[in-house]
Design a protein around this ligand. Structure first.
Ligand SMILES: CC(C)(COP(=O)(O)OP(=O)(O)OC[C@H]1O[C@@H](n2cnc3c(N)ncnc32)[C@H](O)[C@@H]1OP(=O)(O)O)[C@@H](O)C(=O)NCCC(=O)NCCS
Length: 307
């Protein structure tokens, strides 16, 4: 039996050959199973064969990925064709019996991911927490945030000048910074999302001076959104641009992206400058698109799109 951590799978892509779409295997698994331990079985379904029996209705959480061939999904009395490269999610909440049948004349291959242990299974161990890698810029080390960074984050996130144009409020106590790390940061990491990286100066990698990263704007369309914030003492020194460029290069490459977007309230002129200097192109302004702090805000949209 082989054990593989979810982090190792981050870049393994599954491709839908008919639509050309590709998916990150670890993203699909962690979205569905969260932090549970997952087992994988490869199966060949010969013509006329069913996936196990029609028992999949109450206890099993399972994803079946059709890696080769075409199958038919039977749900109660209904039938639905499922093509090569599709995922079928079997949810314990489903009340109807369902199974996959190979009604084609050629063998099909499937990969089943489930929380049920089976012999000869490969275990994808989600318990090992994923963290973004450490990246280097000319002046900075960009690294994963941990709980021990709460104090550094609080020291700038408490400043109302920093949160003036952000969608979050200034942190009132260090508990707000701890909650941000536990709920927001670790939730992103649990889903393999590289946002945020802690920005640290090379001479002091212990102290986080800001955060930068990309989260999914649309996973289906392989588009991410860039976000950044820096402590006021460090503004105007080009750190945001320097970090944004390295993080975008990493995300384009590692997540097979086509587009990274960023947006800011029109009043946030410094942020718009960061986007321009980081090589993003202005795409337009959406009027009254955010209702925040009892008022409507217009937002500038920028994006970097690669060939
Ligand atoms: C927006 C922000 C990340 C910019 O970071 P930064 O590291 O200062 O950015 P840069 O040094 O690359 O500078 C960007 C531009 O702002 C200018 N600038 C930065 N601080 C300035 C200041 N205090 N006064 C005047 N101009 C300033 C820079 O000179 C540069 O413009 P230029 O190239 O025309 O000279 C930072 O101001 C910040 O964290 N703001 C609060 C959080 C926030 O708004 N995040 C973005 C949400 S969309």
């Amino acid at each position: 039996m082989k054990t593989v951590s979810l982090g190792e799978l981050e870049h393994k892509q599954l491709k839908n050959h008919s639509t050309g779409e590709s998916y990150s295997l670890s993203g699909v698994i962690s979205d569905f199973f969260g932090s549970k331990q997952v087992f994988l079985v490869h199966d060949v379904l010969l013509p006329g064969q069913k996936t196990s029996a029609s028992y999949r209705h109450s206890i099993i959480e399972e994803i079946v990925y059709i890696s080769k061939g075409n199958l038919t999904l039977k749900i109660g009395e209904r039938s639905q064709a499922v093509a090569e490269g599709s995922f079928v999610f079997f949810d314990p909440q489903d009340t109807e019996l369902h199974c996959l049948v190979n009604e084609s004349g050629i063998p099909a291959e499937i990969m089943s991911f489930s929380v049920n242990r089976q012999d000869d299974a490969v275990i994808y161990n989600n318990n090992e927490a994923w963290r973004p890698p450490t990246l280097e810029t000319p002046r900075m080390i960009l690294r994963a945030i941990e709980l021990s960074d709460a104090e550094s984050i609080f020291s700038y996130a408490r400043n109302p000048n920093v949160s003036r144009y952000t969608c979050w409020e200034a942190h009132q106590t260090i508990d707000d910074s701890l909650d941000y790390i536990k709920n927001n940061v670790f939730n992103h990491y649990a889903h393999g999302v590289p946002e945020p990286f802690g920005m640290t100066l090379k001479e002091n990698p212990e102290r986080v001076i800001g955060t930068v990263g990309c989260f999914w704007a649309s996973r289906q369309n392989r588009a991410m959104e860039l976000a950044y914030v820096i402590g006021e003492d460090f503004w105007g020194k080009g750190f945001a641009v320097e970090a944004a460029q390295v993080v975008m290069d990493y995300c384009f490459k590692e997540y097979s992206l086509k587009r990274i977007q960023a947006r800011c309230f029109v009043e946030n002129k410094l942020s718009a400058r960061v986007m321009e200097k980081a090589g993003m192109v202005y795409e337009g302004t959406l009027k009254a698109v955010e209702y925040h702090r009892d008022q409507f805000w217009d937002m500038h949209y920028y994006a970097k799109v690669i060939k």
